[in-house]
Design a binder for this molecule. Structure first.
Ligand code: SAM
Length: 275
């Protein structure tokens, strides 16, 4: 390893295990999409991916940038690799996308910001596939199914926006330098490219899962009055004692639509009476 001290504040755990690096390469979608990598680090994964695709890589750490610029001088010069020194979240804030064209996000993510990055990539219309190494516990939340104890707002969102969402394989901490304290997993999300989730639905999910082990009706009572809640439960055939993790993504979508329609009708009524 090059003489560089890993920086904790940037979530630097460099993947050094050859067989895991190769497994990620094998998992790369067979398409003509551009590749975006977040946090190329010392460039081990970058080097392998560049054999197959042109890439854009975003790195926050200026010390690593110097190493990467020298290591990939040829690829940068021939425009096979665009290396951008920035906090990747700033790019999403400014441009809404990490690349002007169809791309797949493939990365060993900094764990402190991994969930946020995946949610941004889900919202980025140009991103078609997400293959990311993250903390196993977080990967399990994205890949969980209704009824499983890990099923949370992340699972609901992933189910709704994807054709497929699964853990490809786990990675032991000994595969990294320095070794993280947790086991990691490579998560694969194949987006359906159709479903858009608005911020109102995400706020609804926050309420739904505010106390995950309580009854769903208890959590929803802060948002919906009892009569209307009873109507929703009856119309959607939901049992009174159901818990948040037991409801399917599509049922949450239907519930939210009813809440929206009810809100609209109430606003219209209020406007009519105030005229
Ligand atoms: N890809 C390398 C590998 O597999 O060995 C490094 C992965 S390391 C877990 C995470 C990388 O993300 C580090 O290079 C770190 O500096 C970078 N990083 C952390 N926060 C970032 C951010 N907000 N924007 C861009 N890069 C970031």
């Amino acid at each position: 390893m090059e003489k560089i001290k890993a920086k904790k504040q940037f979530g630097q755990n460099f993947l050094k295990d050859e067989s895991i690096l190769n497994k990620i390469i094998e998992a790369m979608p067979k398409n003509s999409n551009h590749i975006v990598e977040i946090g190329p680090g010392l460039g081990d994964l970058t080097q392998r991916m560049l054999k197959y695709k042109d890439m854009t890589a975003y790195e926050i750490d200026s010390d690593l940038l110097a190493i990467l610029r020298s290591k990939f001088a040829n690829e940068i010069q021939s425009q096979r690799l665009e290396l951008i020194h920035t906090d990747v979240l700033d790019i999403w804030k400014q441009n809404k996308t990490l690349y002007q064209g169809k791309y797949d996000l493939i990365a060993n993510l900094p764990y402190y910001v991994a969930t946020n990055i995946i949610l941004q990539a889900i919202e980025d219309d140009n991103c078609e596939n997400i293959i990311v190494m993250i903390q196993k516990e977080v990967a399990q939340k994205f890949a969980a199914h209704e009824g499983e104890k890990d099923f949370s707002s992340l699972g609901v969102i992933a189910k709704l926006v994807s054709k497929e969402c699964k853990i490809l394989f786990d990675v032991a901490s000994s595969c990294f330098e320095p070794a993280p304290k947790v086991t990691s997993s490579v998560l694969y999300i194949k987006k359906d490219g159709l479903t858009k989730l608005d911020s109102n639905f995400k706020s609804f999910l926050k309420v739904v899962f505010s106390q995950p082990r309580k009854k769903l009706s208890k959590n929803l009572s802060s948002l919906i009055n009892k009569d209307f809640l009873n109507t929703i439960y009856r119309e959607l055939n939901i049992e009174d004692n159901i818990r948040p993790h037991e409801v399917s993504s599509s049922l949450y979508r239907q519930m939210h639509n009813k809440v929206i329609i009810n809100d609209k009708q109430r606003t219209q009524r209020d406007e009519t009476t105030s005229c």
